[in-house]
Every structure is written in structure tokens, then in C-alpha cells.
Design a binder for this molecule. Structure first.
Ligand code: UD1
Ligand code: CA
Length: 460
């Protein structure tokens, strides 16, 4: 299919959202509304013009590289918004106009719309949908013979027009010349005092030009997000689509209704996602993994046959056969190599843990490089921060750190070294050495009774 120019309207404030953030930057399934629209256009249009106004700087900052921008300083309506893009249009070919707040339209639908437009050699083609509750949308008004006549906005509609279930999705293809001609003739004499793009349809028909329509197969994809409730609806519909796609590709979901997978996530076959699992941002999960329940993984790469239960991971890379949790927190730049085991109440940050090493219970490991087959006992704390700066800790292959030890960075525990339980290590431990860094034990025979007689144990 040859390329079309796309104009995406995204200048509105989105008053009904009651938000500081421009509406089109609100996210569903990990991507802003506008991002969904742009991605549906990916294979249809290489020339995309986004009309910005409210929050223009924020929108530009996020999408600056991929599109051109037209500025609509005052939001005087959707027709006025398109007028702002005119200087960027060549005046020839086709222009597809879309709203930045209809995130569920698929590339297949847009391709279908364009095909209809071309086959009918129309001056304009409107994407419509027949919905159970048309409230709030522009209605498609047809003559008794079914011919398209005009689009009437909710606020301008008569009672008998409000009954019409066929609505305007806000998506159109225009012959560029025809569009430029009728844009000039728009007026703002209507209930909202705005220049409506929708009025272009009646103007083109009035000129005797052909206007076609293309009706959505699944009306739910027409959903325009104007408030938080519609945002949640859009989110839920897209989530169902994502989950369906994953299940078809071989992923088991114990409860799809409580499994939240963002759009840029990939999951391998035979992986099981347990309830209350969120995979957020850009996540890649390999095959045969067990993830969840109650797990949140953000922007991470997870290998094959990995188990993560009741845990929070962000910015991590896990190799194959790793086990995490329950109740672990893995923070950015954590790398767990093959077969690593991280157990309960362990926090790791910016650390690389070598093959088959174990950190099984109650530890903090930050800014550390741990070799392979090392064992960090229960309660091992890497003391990486002196109140001013972060320092690094190196732990060699096969090193064994006894329970409840502090490793005060910068410090190196040599290969195969053994740190006795309860040590506070402040100096490097040579490879193969045993290091004891704790007070000597003193036993005083018979003295316990004095404490017990004084009732000192009553408080326990
Ligand atoms: C619009 C359509 C309506 C359609 C619905 C589909 C008009 C007049 N109405 O109504 O027929 O059923 O979309 O969802 O076109 N925008 C600007 N500048 C403006 C005004 C709006 O850029 O001056 C942008 C908004 O940011 C938004 C889009 O245009 O992304 C649609 O605007 P919105 O106010 O949401 O229009 P609706 O009332 O939903
Ligand atoms: Ca809207």
C-alpha cells in the first residue's frame, strides 16, 4: 500500500481527565495513548504530523524524533486543529486524520479504511462504528436510502438524532485537495462554538463529491478516551487482547483477569504467569518460566526456566535457571547469572552475581561483583554506602560468607575465602583465607541465674 500523510489531533487539554498531564500522554498497557495511535500507523504512513497545543513541550519531548509537529495555540476545535497542519501538507495525495485519544484502532482497521477510500474513489471516507451506547460521540446521519448526509455532535443533536447508534470514530481519509478546500469554509456556529472537522463531511457532500464510510467490525475499538473511566475501559480491553495473544502463543495464565502485561512485553512458550503478576515496560521472559503470584517485573530480561515468586524486579537481567523469592527486591543493574538462587527478604542493587551463587536469606547486596558458586549466608550485608559515596565489593568464586556478616566496602573477599559468621570485614580477605572479625566469646559459669532471679527475663 502506498504511503499516506497522517494528521493526528493531540492539542486538546482533555478537561474531563482532570489532570495536569496532557490527555494523550496518559498510558494504557505501558504506552501513552498517542503512542498507540502512532504505532497503528507505522506501516501506513511515514509522514506523520501531530497537532500539539496543551502540554506541547511534554508531547514533543516524548515523540520528537518520529514525527513532525504543528502547533495549535488556542484549541478552537478539531477542524481548526487540522488547519494548523495545512502548511506541512503538500496539497496532493491522501490525508488520514486521527484523534490522539482513540488508542484501540488497529493497523488492520486503518488499512481497511484506506482500502475502502481508494476502491470507492471517494473525496473522503469516515471510519464509523455501531455502538450500544453512542452518548458523547458524533452521530452518522444518513438519508432514508442509507446515503451519508452529515455528522452531528452530541451537543448539537436533536432527540431523534441521538438515537442513532452509528457513530464517528474521529478517523477519516481525505483527498488532500478536497480537504483543504472545505477546511476554509468551516464555521463555528454550533453548540460548542468550535470549528468541527466533522462538518467537512456535509460540506463535501454538498459539493456533490463522493463520501464513503467504513464500519468497524468490533465496535469496542472505537473507544475514545475522554475521562478516567474510559481510560480504564481502554486499558482493560487492550489487556484482554494482549493476554489472548500470549495464551494463543503458548503462555499459561492461571487468571488472565489479574495478569497485567504491557504492550512491549514478550513471553516464551510454556511459561506460567500466576495471578497478580505485572510485567511492565519492556520485558522479555523466556520459555518454561514460573512467574508470580504477586510479582512485578519492570524493564527486565528473564532467561529460560526461571522462577520468580512474590517479588519486585526492575531493570534486571536474569540468565537461565535462576530462582528468585519469595519476597525479594531486585533493583536496577542487577545481573543474576545461570542458576543463581536469591531467596526471601533479599535486596540486590547494581550487582553482578556469578553462576550458581546463592544469597538465600535476609541480605542486602549493593554495588557488588560476586563470582560463581559463592554463598552469602543469612543476613549478609554489603555496607556499600559511607554516607557520602557508594563503594564496591568484590567476592571471589567459591567464597563463603557466614551468617550475619557485614562487608564494609570497598573490600575484596578472595576466591575460596571463608568469612566466619558475625564478622564485620573492613580489610581485604586473601584467597583461601579464613577471616574472623568478631569479639571473642566469654562464658561465665553460673552467672545466668542472677539475671533470671532479678526478673530480667520477665519482659520477653
Ligand atoms: C470527536 C468528534 C466526534 C467523534 C469523537 C470520536 C469532532 C467535532 N468531534 O469528539 O464526532 O465521535 O471525536 O472519539 O471532531 N483536539 C485538538 N484541538 C482542538 C480540539 C480537539 O487537537 O481544538 C484533539 C484532542 O486533543 C483529541 C481529538 O482532537 O485528541 C478529539 O477531541 P475531543 O475533544 O476529544 O473530541 P470529542 O468530543 O471526543
Ligand atoms: Ca475524544
Amino acid at each position: 500500500m502506498t504511503d499516506v500523510t497522517a494528521v493526528i489531533l493531540a492539542a486538546g487539554e482533555g478537561k474531563r481527565m482532570r489532570s495536569k498531564r496532557p490527555k494523550v500522554l496518559h498510558e494504557i498497557c505501558g504506552r501513552p495513548l498517542l503512542g498507540h495511535v502512532l504505532s497503528a500507523l507505522e506501516n501506513l504512513s511515514s509522514a506523520k504530523i501531530v497537532v500539539v497545543g496543551h502540554g506541547a513541550a511534554e508531547v514533543k519531548a516524548l515523540f520528537g524524533n518520529s514525527v513532525q509537529f504543528a502547533l495549535q495555540e488556542e484549541q478552537l476545535g478539531t477542524g481548526h486543529a487540522v488547519m494548523q497542519a495545512v502548511p506541512l501538507l503538500s496539497g496532493r495525495g491522501e490525508v488520514m486524520v486521527l484523534c490522539g485519544d482513540t488508542p484501540l484502532l488497529s493497523s488492520e482497521t486503518l488499512a481497511g479504511l484506506l482500502k475502502e477510500h481508494r476502491q470507492t474513489a471517494a473525496a473522503a471516507t469516515v471510519l464509523t462504528a455501531c455502538v450500544p451506547n453512542p452518548f458523547g460521540y458524533g452521530r452518522i446521519i444518513r438519508s432514508a436510502s442509507g446515503a451519508l448526509e452529515k455528522i452531528v455532535e452530541e451537543k448539537d443533536a436533536y432527540a431523534q438524532e441521538k438515537i442513532v447508534a452509528e457513530i464517528n470514530t474521529g478517523t477519516y481519509v481525505f483527498a488532500a485537495e478536497a480537504l483543504l478546500d472545505v477546511l476554509k469554509r468551516l464555521s463555528n456556529k454550533n453548540a460548542q462554538g468550535e470549528y468541527y472537522l466533522t462538518d467537512c463531511i456535509a460540506l463535501l457532500i454538498g459539493k456533490g463529491l463522493m463520501v464513503s464510510s467504513f464500519c468497524l467490525e468490533d465496535y469496542r475499538h472505537a473507544l475514545g478516551v475522554n475521562d478516567r473511566s474510559q481510560l480504564a475501559q481502554a486499558s482493560s480491553l487492550l489487556r484482554q487482547q494482549i493476554n489472548q495473544r500470549l495464551m494463543v502463543s503458548g503462555v499459561t495464565m492461571v487468571d488472565p483477569a489479574t495478569t497485567y502485561v504491557d504492550i512491549d512485553v514478550r513471553v516464551g512458550a510454556d511459561t506460567i504467569l500466576f495471578p497478580n503478576t505485572s510485567l511492565r515496560g519492556t520485558v522479555e521472559v523466556g520459555k518454561g518460566c514460573t512467574i508470580g503470584p504477586n510479582t512485578e517485573i519492570t524493564d527486565s530480561i528473564i532467561g529460560d526456566y526461571v522462577t520468580v515468586r512474590h517479588s519486585v524486579l526492575n531493570g534486571c537481567t536474569l540468565a537461565d535457571n535462576v530462582t528468585v523469592g519469595p519476597f525479594a527486591q531486585l533493583r536496577p543493574a542487577t545481573v543474576l547469572r545461570q542458576g543463581v538462587k536469591v531467596g526471601n527478604f533479599v535486596e540486590i542493587k547494581k550487582s553482578d552475581i556469578g553462576n550458581n551463587s546463592k544469597i538465600s536469606h535476609l541480605s542486602y547486596v549493593g554495588d557488588a561483583q560476586v563470582g560463581s558458586h559463592a554463598n552469602l549466608g543469612a543476613g549478609t550485608i554489603v555496607v556499600n554506602y559511607d554516607g557520602q559515596e557508594k563503594h564496591c565489593t568484590v567476592i571471589g568464586d567459591q567464597a563463603f560468607v557466614g551468617c550475619n556478616s557485614n562487608l564494609v566496602a570497598p573490600v575484596t573477599i578472595g576466591k575460596g575465602a571463608f568469612v566466619a559468621a558475625g564478622s564485620t570485614i573492613t580489610k581485604d580477605v586473601p584467597p583461601g583465607a579464613l577471616s574472623l572479625a568478631r569479639a571473642k566469646q566469654v562464658n561465665k559459669n553460673g552467672m545466668a541465674a542472677r539475671f533470671i532471679e532479678n526478673g530480667k527475663n520477665d519482659d520477653f
